[in-house]
Design a protein around this ligand. Sequence first.
Ligand code: AHR
Length: 328
Amino acid sequence: MFKRISALLLAGLTAMSVASCGGGGGTTTAGTGGGDEPITMGFSQVGAESGWRTANTKSVQDSAKNAGITLKFSDAQQKQENQIKAIRSYIQQKVDVIAFSPVVESGWDTVLKEAQNAKIPVILTDRAVDSKDTSLYKTFLGSDFVVEGKKAGEWLVQEYKDSTDKVNIVELQGTTGSAPANDRKAGFAEVIGADQKFQIVASQTGDFTRAKGKEVMEAFLKSQPDIDVLYAHNDDMGLGAIEAIEGAGKVPGKDIKIITVDAVKDGMQALADGKINFIVECSPLLGPQLMDLAKKVVKGEQVPTRVITVETTFTQEQAKQVLSTRQY
Ligand code: AHR
């Protein structure tokens, strides 16, 4: 009799522990291990506009899997209204945490307030919002884009330190109103602004895409007779511009010096080939840190309000050395 009761108790305890690990409700993702509750994250991605973005999406998806976090993912195709819709749907679905990379800086207060009222913590990843009320999100994980712009400017100042001639620069900006476009422009302008010989003769958005980068560079080449330097806010626009420069019979990296931001594999290849002169790194591998932060905010633990990604820069020689081991 005693043996039977023990066996029944054991069976009951085993069933209970299986249920708590599995999360119940038909969810496909296991818990986070070590007795943590299962977490569901709603993630609204900007789009698929660049090599950087593709690498970022993969990093987020792989890291969620590794961390045992169920990920609801949506691609906003570079449209703010799609991101707002996705966030509202995550609120309705009562996810445990919302993360998103805001396509532009402004216009988020209302939806962020809705998430706050629903007691769902929000993490900003990659890009910032300009909301005055910083209690609307728990933390912002990503690069310092102003510093990236400054690094680009510092290389240029160094490159032309022995020249007194005017340096005509054209600029391919990222998506209008986005944090990386605003900040990379500002950081660069601040550094080169100290010397009057540097002049930005044309500046236009290429929307962070290769196709638009090519199209806008073609227009620059027609309207600007004497371009010395192209500063592109990402590799993809720079790569599109290289096609335009070659199409116009000029040699990229020589006739026109090129600085870009990101350091994705295609960009690094062009740098190693001498078609780009300098790349400022912007790391898309934010997934692991994002999942760690998500676990903490869901548990109600304190997290830093700003987590800045560690990044470097690459010359042509450095690109040749690291190209074979580049992850993205
Ligand atoms: O927000 C990061 C930027 O977005 C990357 O530099 C660019 O390539 C991407 O589209």
